[in-house]
Each structure stands twice: as structure tokens, then as C-alpha cells.
Design a protein around this ligand. Structure first.
Ligand code: SF4
Ligand code: SF4
Length: 308
């Protein structure tokens, strides 16, 4: 007999078999299909993540979350590696610390991580983001949006470039992009299925781009902003926030967040209204809400100016 949750009319699944693992010596019991990251969370052990999103398929792109699994030759990305019975995981071994330190040094040498929220981890591992030389200054001439700077022998190659402002709703500041693919997946099969953006180029010249680098308004973009919602570094940002940060008026500490339900249609997406000085300055959506998994459409994400 199939059982249903009578509040949501979703099917109730039978409980999954559980496995026992240890995280830094702490025993935890988790469902057999849990990831190591889930088990770390259960053990209340913090792990840095950048390309991981709870509402996205893991990509294993950033390598910030690697851990050491007893008996395994190479470090494992905890965001995607499934647990197995008896697994013993170290999140703070010397190998793990060395690997994460290098990841932050490489990323920090070429990308502006100022809004990535990684400062504490960078400090914890003693990562020297100037180890490979100071990043070169912006060289974008506007002819190749998203293009990286050329290599230099006396400075670290960098993705520094001018922000792309080609519409009223959001800005692409790709000097902050770590190429984590989250926006590509949110625009693609994980949420929006618009496929307006993808990775163009090869190697260090890879960058997030529309087809032939055309303006967003001319591309398949429907301005849902789901790419902004998942971007971990502030490379994609609503125009209001971008302008306020440029004016130095953006103040996280002065903002309140109020949860409500979008009233544009009957789907019932949850909205978090970020309010500063009695004005809505941003709308996000909780990733753990069953209706839309944190993804929205253009109306929920950007259709709030009429409120004020
Ligand atoms: S706003 Fe939506 S459709 Fe446009 S690029 Fe971002 S995810 Fe894709
Ligand atoms: S723009 Fe943001 S979400 Fe997209 S790849 Fe770059 S850092 Fe990741």
C-alpha cells in the first residue's frame, strides 16, 4: 500500500537502510545513500564548499571539500562521494590541509574571492594567495567578454576583467568567477532548462558565456536569476545589490530577511525578502523548500519594485 503525507500529498518513502561511519573519529549513522558531506554535517564537522549546492547535482569542480578516506589512495570530494559501511573519514589530516591550502592559493591568485566567504578557511590553512605573484590588473577591452588576461612572467595570471552590464536586472562580474558550473547547471537540467549560458574556451581561457558571447537579452536567458541564486562568489549579482556595493551602501548587518509566499501565481514558491532601509534590495528563495528547491522565475526574483 502506498502511503501519502496528507499535508503535501507527496508519497511517503520507507526509511532507508543506514550505515555507520566515523568522521574524525566521531561515529555517526546516516542513510546508505548519504554523501560524506552529509555525514560530516551529522557529526557537526565543518567542511568548506564552493561548487556544492544542496539543490544542484554535485560537480566536483572546486576541490575545496576534499577529505581523506582510510584505505583510499586519493582524496575524495566529500560533496559527491557516497558513504559506505565502516568508512573512516579524516577532514583535517595533513594531506587534506595541504590540498585545501593549495586550492585556495590557486583560486585566490587568479580570482577575486572577496565575496566568496572563504576568508576564514584561507586563514585557517595559511593559504598565501600571492604565492604565485600578485594578480595582474584588468585587461578586458570589451571585445571578448569573459576573456581572461594573457599569461605574464612577473605576475599571476588572472581572470580580472570589467563587469558585463548588458541588462537592467543583473550583472556578470566574471573577475569573481571560479568556474564552478553552478550557474550552468541551474540554467540547464538542474532547474531552468534554458541553457542560455555555458563554459566557453579551454584551459585557463575557459569562461562562462552566452552563445557567441551575445548580450543576455539576445540570448535564451529568461532572467529567472537562478544562476545568481546559486553563484558562490558574487560573480553574478542583481543590479540593485551591485550598484549598492559600488556606492558602498550595501550593509548585510542592517538587513532583515522576511519569508513570504510569492503571490504572482498559484505555485507557492517561498521568497526571502532582503530589506534594507525599508526597501527590498534582493529576493532569494530557500533551497530546502519542496515547491521550487530555491529556484524562481523572473517575477518572483525581480518583480518586486512595485512594492515600493
Ligand atoms: S537568469 Fe535564468 S535563464 Fe538567464 S542565464 Fe541565469 S539561469 Fe539562465
Ligand atoms: S559565475 Fe558564479 S556560479 Fe557561474 S561558474 Fe562562475 S562562480 Fe560559479
Amino acid at each position: 500500500m502506498t502511503l501519502f503525507d496528507t499535508r503535501t500529498w507527496t508519497k511517503l518513502e520507507p526509511p532507508k537502510p543506514r550505515v555507520e561511519v566515523t568522521i574524525d573519529g566521531i561515529p555517526v549513522s546516516v542513510p546508505e545513500d548519504a554523501t560524506i558531506l552529509d555525514a560530516c554535517s551529522e557529526a557537526e564537522v565543518e567542511v568548506p564548499t564552493m561548487c556544492f549546492g544542496p539543490n544542484l547535482t554535485p560537480r566536483n569542480a572546486c576541490r575545496a571539500c576534499v577529505v581523506e578516506v582510510e584505505g583510499q589512495r586519493v582524496l575524495a570530494p566529500s560533496c559527491s562521494r557516497q558513504v559506505s559501511e565502516g568508512m573512516a573519514v579524516s577532514t583535517d589530516s595533513e594531506r587534506v590541509r595541504t590540498s585545501r591550502k593549495l586550492v585556495f592559493e590557486l583560486l585566490g591568485s587568479s580570482v577575486d574571492l572577496g565575496l566568496a566567504g572563504m576568508d576564514d578557511w584561507v586563514a585557517r590553512y595559511g593559504a598565501d594567495t600571492a604565492r604565485f605573484g600578485e594578480p595582474v590588473a584588468s585587461v578586458s577591452d570589451g571585445t571578448h567578454p569573459g576573456h581572461h588576461s594573457p599569461p605574464s612572467t612577473d605576475a599571476a595570471a588572472s581572470v580580472a576583467q570589467d563587469p558585463i552590464i548588458d541588462n537592467d536586472l543583473y550583472v556578470r562580474d566574471l573577475g569573481k568567477c571560479i568556474l564552478c558550473y553552478k550557474c550552468v547547471d541551474a540554467c540547464g537540467v538542474d532547474a531552468q532548462n534554458s541553457f542560455a549560458i555555458s563554459v566557453a574556451g579551454r584551459g585557463f581561457d575557459s569562461r562562462i558565456s552566452t552563445e557567441f558571447a551575445i548580450d543576455l537579452g539576445s540570448s535564451a536567458c529568461v532572467f529567472c536569476g537562478n544562476c545568481i541564486g546559486v553563484c558562490p562568489t558574487g560573480a553574478l549579482m542583481g543590479t540593485v545589490e551591485f550598484d549598492m556595493r559600488a556606492d558602498d551602501t550595501w550593509d548585510d548587518g542592517a538587513q532583515t530577511v522576511t519569508r513570504t509566499v510569492c503571490s504572482f501565481c498559484g505555485v507557492g514558491c517561498n521568497l526571502d525578502l532582503h530589506v534594507q532601509d525599508d526597501r527590498v534590495v534582493k529576493v532569494t528563495s530557500p533551497a530546502d523548500h519542496s515547491v521550487a528547491d530555491g529556484h524562481l522565475c523572473i517575477k518572483g526574483r525581480f518583480g518586486w519594485e512595485h512594492i515600493q
